[in-house]
Design a protein around this ligand. Structure first.
Ligand SMILES: N[C@@H](CCC(=O)N[C@@H](CS)C(=O)NCC(=O)O)C(=O)O
Length: 219
């Protein structure tokens, strides 16, 4: 029997959640090996051997060990691609390029704009015991609002970011947006009805509901 893919991480971690949603989407068997980053387990030598940056997640598939959640996500979607689930569209060069474009927008623009709000309001208070730096939050919200205008226009033309199909580009937005919606600033999205509809359709996916159920928003 082929051993299942192992994911080393913690279910409440955003970057782990991204990978777990991919595994759920493709219906792959997997084992989540808990690395409790709240108690520093990600810094022990065994884990640093998997991820030299001492972060979660890491993936092990036989002899292959990977880190960086967005790269792991692609590996999973390539390995377990089927006629029913193809979130990279690699058989269609133009569609695949649009997936790449919007996946880059997520990594290079959306994540840097939105994540400071999540760090300031949710992650740092729990992990570092700090209080919210309002200047950081306000600057991030300004950037986010400009970005959401572009998203609103894009989602007025297409149901999803890369086109009229759900892809990794959409999925990659899930973990940080999920926690953003638990901050006092969730209503920022109300001004962008197409973006809100898109977010609701992401949240209605069984894979996302299953993984989100293990992501606490109150501590
Ligand atoms: N770019 C990396 C980021 C990994 C990362 O920062 N993971 C967080 C958990 S979501 C972590 O390990 N934090 C512990 C720390 O930084 O000490 C990825 O996408 O995998």
């Amino acid at each position: 029997m082929v051993p299942p893919v192992k994911i080393f991480g913690h279910p409440m971690s955003t970057n782990v959640a991204r990978v777990l949603v991919c595994l759920e989407e493709v219906g792959a068997e997997y084992e989540l090996v808990t690395i409790d980053f709240l108690t520093g387990e990600h810094e022990v030598p065994d884990h640093v051997a998997r991820n030299p940056f001492g972060k979660i997640p890491a993936l092990q598939d036989g002899d292959l060990i990977l880190f960086e959640s967005r790269a792991i996500a692609k590996y999973i979607l390539r390995k377990f691609k089927s006629s029913e689930v193809d979130l990279l569209k690699e058989g269609d060069i133009a569609a695949a390029a649009m997936v790449d474009v919007w996946a880059e927008v997520e990594a290079q623009q959306y994540y840097p704009a939105l994540s400071p709000v999540v760090f300031e309001c949710i992650i740092f208070p729990v992990m570092r015991g700090t209080t919210t730096d309002q200047k950081v939050v306000d600057e991030s919200l300004d950037k986010l609002k400009k970005l959401l205008e572009v998203y609103e226009a894009r989602l007025s033309e297409h149901k999803y970011l890369a086109g009229d199909f759900f892809s990794l580009a959409d999925l990659n937005h899930f973990p940080f947006t999920f926690y953003f919606m638990a901050t006092p600033y969730a209503s920022v999205f109300d001004a962008y009805p197409r973006v809100k509809g898109w977010w609701q359709s992401i949240m209605s996916r069984p894979s996302i509901k299953k993984i989100a159920a293990n992501m606490p928003t109150k501590f």
